[in-house]
Design a protein around this ligand. Sequence first.
Ligand code: TTP
Ligand code: MG
Length: 357
Amino acid sequence: MRIIAHIDMDAFFAAIEERDNPRVRGLPLVVGADPKEGKGRGVVSTANYKARAYGIRSALPVSTAWRLSEEAKQKGLPPVVFMIGSMRKYGEVSRRIMAILHAHAEHVEEASVDEAYIDLSFTGSYAKAIALCKKIKKEIQKKERLTASAGLGPNKLIAKIASDRQKPDGLTVVREEDAESFLEPLSIRTIPGVGPKTEQKFNKLGIHTIKEMKRFSRDELSELMGKWGSALYSRLRGKDETPLVEEWEAKSLGEQETFEKDSRDASFVFERLNALCAKVHRRFVKHGFKTFRTIAITVRFSDFTTKSRAATLGEPSTALPTLQFEALKLLMPFFDARENPKRKAIRLIGVRLEKLE
Ligand code: TTP
Ligand code: MG
């Protein structure tokens, strides 16, 4: 029997800020772009539930959020506290929560910064899966002082929709035999993949709920929706076979470059090496890694023989100049007898960072 859990943190960024800033606890709170007294041009990342009561939502222009806050103030309600937030902090909290999940199950799909699917089939029964879910929620609460909502079901589709039914701090269980009746009264928008355009299109045909959408045959849906129509037909009936997508975090990052022409020109190759280092370093930063410790280079000669050399630093480093310097030290011997006695021309070089944190 397949049992999938979907865990989604409640008002994630806002909950972290409430936790860390006692002064704003209990007040309506928005994390997002600077509102600049209503002139801000960015959007809301998230709002806590108090701010949602004012009609504020993720992706709303922050200027609109500001206006809604002003309107609330006029009515004597507390104004919204706006915070810019720190993606770095949220990323760290996310990683710690994911680590909790991984400690309880072998198969976990980290679906976004604050949500994951967990394959709980190994527990063998809904009773045991429910108990484990409760344990995981408690552990998140204890270790991070944050609440999560969970959904349990026979597949990812049902688990995901279920986790959203009783927010915050909810646990919603939908067994396979109940999946269809669970879905029927819900809006068609609840089905992941049904966006505002599809919703409008069907609303115009008088279709609002999943039950109503089930009137269409598989062929009719395919005609209306193209390729996705057939999958949609199954989903409306609570069927979804998609597997968890478990991506192991990259433990190394690398880039390589094949030259237009094989080269013995040291200054040209060194210049390309510097550029490759910069490229790898950009990805290193973008992926949110903090430090690297091992630098490896690869050299392929014109005859396709390939050599790799690596250096491990005494201390983890973050700096591009360190990377460039170490990579250069590794590459230099390929321009003399030490690594290249026959003076072969170089066809390709690569740079790789390992021991990433
Ligand atoms: P969500 O899980 O969609 O929202 P949430 O956790 O804030 O609230 P809920 O209780 O309804 O789950 O998104 C997780 C985080 O991702 C959210 O806290 C902020 C960020 N986010 C954005 O930055 N922009 C967006 O448009 C959305 C939807 C989320
Ligand atoms: Mg969430």
